[in-house]
Design a protein around this ligand. Structure first.
Ligand code: G1P
Length: 218
């Protein structure tokens, strides 16, 4: 009874009315590929999207008609080609990500190209490019059986990247270059930057937060 109507609406608006959330717990830290397999009973033998929540997408500056994931889903629905979202990262950072090889093709925001190879967390001098996978995937149902047989890879964990490499032997997989900006909230500095960017333009707290930051400069 004490909750104001406004706060209740804020909380309820997080989940659209036609969406049901189910939770599956990955009891052991055995990699992203294994985590996804834990969700197989819920998803069934269907295509699906993977959204890694430590990557926050910021579409504000990019004038998107459709957000990146919606764009990837419509591409998949049109041609049944699995989609992996990528962006360029500095060369010294490639070892933190899955990295794709487009066989020399150059793509920019909103464009896609066929992936020829993909490798999880390569050393800087072994990386095929500086195009990193950024936490959004739309994958064909064929990936399920491949995941079952994917042995532990980088870090001794079952890697989604390795299952995607196997999928590429069966069917085309495209890299989709994201529009807008991503925040890597798996790192402390990335998490702080995301908070600052979103807070600065928040209709309610933006002006006061800006003033507060400005007071820190002096
Ligand atoms: C995971 C994926 C990796 C991807 C990264 C960022 O790694 O395995 O391919 O580039 O997310 O989205 P993690 O951050 O879990 O180490």
């Amino acid at each position: 009874k004490r909750v104001t109507r406004e706060l209740l609406e804020d909380v309820q608006a997080i989940v659209p009315k036609d969406v049901t959330i189910m939770h599956v717990r990955q009891g052991v830290a055995n990699g992203l590929g294994h985590a996804i397999m834990c969700a197989h009973p819920v998803v069934g033998d269907n295509p699906f999207a993977v959204v890694l929540p430590d990557v926050i997408m910021d579409d504000a500056a990019s004038n998107l008609k459709k957000d990146n994931l919606a764009e990837m889903v419509s591409r998949f629905n049109t041609n049944r080609v699995s989609q992996v979202m990528v962006e360029e990262v500095p060369e010294e950072d490639v070892s933190k990500f899955g990295v794709v090889d487009l066989d020399g093709a150059k793509i920019t925001a909103g464009q896609s190209a066929k992936i020829h190879a993909t490798v999880e967390k390569p050393a800087k001098d072994e990386a095929p490019s500086n195009l990193a996978v950024v936490g959004r995937y739309v994958l064909s149902e064929k990936i399920w059986e491949l995941l079952e047989f994917t042995p532990p890879g980088a870090g001794g964990e079952v890697q989604l990247t390795d299952a995607i490499a196997s999928l590429m032997n069966l069917e085309q997989v495209d890299a989709y270059y994201m529009k807008g900006k991503s925040h890597d909230c798996g790192s402390k500095i990335g998490y702080m930057k995301a908070n600052v960017d979103f807070a600065l333009r928040h209709p309610e707290i933006g002006p006061a937060f800006k003033e507060y930051l400005a007071s820190k400069n002096g």
